[in-house]
Ligand binder design. Structure first.
Ligand code: ADP
Ligand code: MG
Length: 632
């Protein structure tokens, strides 16, 4: 045991976070109290949970609460809890470093725009360090429940890059935080100011937050009476209260507490379910994607309670991974309090809850989608933030695939915005159309200008334009909707002969074109050799000379590029070159005699088709040289 005072320096990231916070959040200083109360409440939760296994941790005091005191003379605010407390190692690990994964990415995302950064910082969890918004010196004295009195720890810092730590005697378990206020923070010494912040942010905290009340009025000649200690907040778990008693504000404040967010949520659901299993859901959809949504270790956002006792942080046992952005709580009576991870994973109560919650969250999305209009853009916002997660759902959640498919929104040849649902696509299908057509590309622009679309434009057939990375995987799992096949227009042979006004005539024309193009097709095959799987005449093109397609069961060029960019060593798939025999360039090629001229033309044709897909020719410099030779 080290009794002496030691000086430590903050981890670089802590220093950075402190600086940022003070600059971005100066207009919202009051959140320090929310954060410190929230930590005290977490500490009480943890103690209550550990005490279910070891009653002695209560040390004879099971009245869990937070006590807040302001001292106008000393200009300090003290926040005291009798929760789990911390030992020396925990103090060093928890307040002095940021152990969270994704810290580096977080700093990378900051834009310098104050408002935007304030959101990110909020999401990241400003937590304990927000104390320095109002204090220029913070003293934490804490003792972990169950340790001897001599094992208390005092931590002290001016937030300027280092902190002191020493071992002290502490009789009561739990944590006391003393804030020595900055010159401009005097407002927080006012009783009314403090109580109104507590109401605003902490009414729903399930532990009493106590303060000394205002002194009682004294009659002439009477002795001064000490003020009573009063409980400021509601002190009951919000989700157990009847809906009728709860205002939007109550719900939103609870969300901000549990979701570490500054903004109100986009949507919520609060339901008590009574069937084979009994549980309560209070779940929220944030307005913005959490900063770590796309990181491998993204935190889930739903906490598990058993009979109002906090059990565990969010895990994949509570909700499927693709819904990791949902925030909130689930509370059940059907699990034992001392539940282990293994029991959780196997319990049928858990899987029933997970299924029920998933269903209701999808229902929440459906409701928003139904209400979507020019005025109500909630679903558009939700789609923008979480659409790609729902696409993961198509891949991950077989049981709900059909429901999720209806929630998908795409761009199409009818709309650049991602507003086209599969249902609305199907409604707009032309006569005899039994297939949903789409194209995948690296960007929306590349998809939109792809030569593959030419014939669809001509025939007035809508095509979905897919340009998110995940779309390649999505379409490999979503092969059908409403009994209609989904088909990439850059794959396989295209048969549009039944569609459009001049179907029969088109078919005849095509057959004739194939026949008369035989010589040029042979020329191209010979010139391109191994580069292509096949060369054939196409109906796809009306303006371009050629395009590349993949065989029906090969991966698309786009997929191949994505995998290669991701560092995967996969063999190249040979594309099929399709040509438009009516195009002047093809006709010129057909007339060429010299073998080397044919070879150059063939290469240019192939490379152009590559470029039109948004990809680079294999030998870009060679391509430029050949083009220039032609131009001169
Ligand atoms: P977060 O609450 O998101 O984990 P904070 O910065 O608010 O981040 O707190 C960091 C950690 O410090 C907490 O996770 C907890 O382990 C510890 N801590 C903070 N306040 C207390 C407290 N009052 N009692 C016990 N532990 C605390
Ligand atoms: Mg916290």
């Amino acid at each position: 045991m080290t009794a002496s005072k030691e000086t430590h320096v903050f981890q670089t990231e802590v220093k950075q976070l402190l600086d940022l916070m003070i600059h971005s959040l100066y207009s919202n200083k009051e959140i320090f109290l929310r954060e410190l109360i929230s930590n005290a409440s977490d500490a009480a939760d943890k103690l209550r949970f550990e005490a279910t296994k070891d009653d002695a941790l209560y040390e004879g005091d099971s009245d869990l609460h937070v006590y807040i005191e302001a001292d106008k003379d000393a200009r300090t605010i003290t926040i005291r809890d009798n929760g789990i407390g911390m030992n020396r190692d925990e103090v060093i690990a928890n307040i002095g470093t940021i152990a969270r994964s994704g810290t580096k990415e977080f700093f990378g995302q900051l834009s310098g725009d104050q408002e935007q950064d304030a959101h990110l910082i909020g999401q990241f969890g400003v937590g304990f360090y927000s104390a320095f918004l109002v204090a220029d010196k913070v003293v934490v004295t804490t003792r972990r429940a169950g340790l001897e009195h001599a094992h208390g720890v005092r931590w002290e810092s001016a937030g300027d890059g280092e902190y002191n730590i020493e071992t002290v005697e502490k009789e009561t378990r739990g944590t006391e935080i003393v804030l020595h206020l900055r010159d401009n923070a005097d407002e927080f010494l006012e009783h009314f100011r403090l109580t109104s912040i507590i109401h605003k942010y902490a009414d729903h905290i399930p532990f009493p937050i106590r303060m000394l009340g205002t002194p009682k009025p004294v009659e002439e000649g009477e002795e001064e009476k000490p003020a009573d200690i009063e409980t400021v907040n509601q002190a009951s778990a919000l989700w157990t209260r009847p809906k009728s008693e709860l205002s939007d504000e109550d719900y939103n404040n609870f969300y901000k507490h549990i979701g570490h967010d500054f903004e109100d949520p986009l949507a919520r659901l609060h339901q008590k379910l009574e069937g084979k299993y009994e549980y309560t859901l209070l779940l929220y959809l944030p307005k913005r994607a959490p900063f770590d949504l796309w990181q491998a270790e993204a935190k889930h956002g739903v906490k598990l309670y058993v009979r109002r006792v906090f059990i565990s942080e969010a895990t994949e046992d509570l909700l499927p991974r693709y819904l990791r952005f949902v925030r909130g709580i689930m509370d059940t009576n059907d699990l034992p309090l001392n539940v282990s991870r293994e029991i959780l994973q196997q319990s049928s109560a858990m899987s029933a809850m997970k299924k029920g919650a998933t269903k209701r969250i999808l229902g929440m999305f459906e409701d928003m989608a139904k209400q979507a209009s020019d005025e109500n853009t909630d679903y558009a916002v939700a789609w923008k933030e979480f659409g790609n997660c729902l696409k993961e759902g198509i891949i991950e959640d077989n049981a709900n695939r059909d429901r999720i498919a209806k929630l998908l929104r795409f761009s199409s040849t009818q709309s650049d915005e991602q507003t086209v649902s599969l249902e609305s696509y199907v409604e707009r299908m032309v006569e005899n159309q039994d297939t949903i057509y789409y194209i995948t590309a690296d960007t929306l622009a590349a998809a939109k200008h792809s030569p593959h679309l030419e014939v669809f434009r001509k025939k007035g057939i809508e095509v979905l334009l897919l340009s998110d990375r995940i779309d390649e995987w999505l379409t490999s799992h979503l092969t059908e909707f409403d009994g209609k096949k989904l088909q990439s227009i850059a794959k396989g042979e295209l048969d549009l002969s039944k569609l459009g006004d001049n179907a029969e005539e088109d078919k005849k024309e095509h057959d004739e074109a194939v026949k008369s193009a035989e010589p040029v097709v042979e020329k191209l095959k010979a010139a391109l050799g191994e580069k292509v799987k096949d060369v054939r005449v196409t109906d796809r093109l009306t303006e371009s000379p050629a395009c590349l397609v993949s065989d029906q069961f090969d991966m698309t060029g786009n997929m191949e590029r994505i995998l290669k960019q991701a560092g995967q060593d996969i063999p190249s798939v040979q594309p099929i070159l399709e040509i438009n025999p009516e195009h002047a360039l093809i006709q010129r090629l057909a007339a060429l005699e010299s073998e080397s001229d044919v070879a150059d033309y063939a290469d240019i044709l192939f490379d152009q088709a590559m470029l039109a897909e948004g990809a680079l020719p294999e030998d870009p410099a060679g391509f430029v040289r050949k083009i220039n030779a032609l131009l001169i």
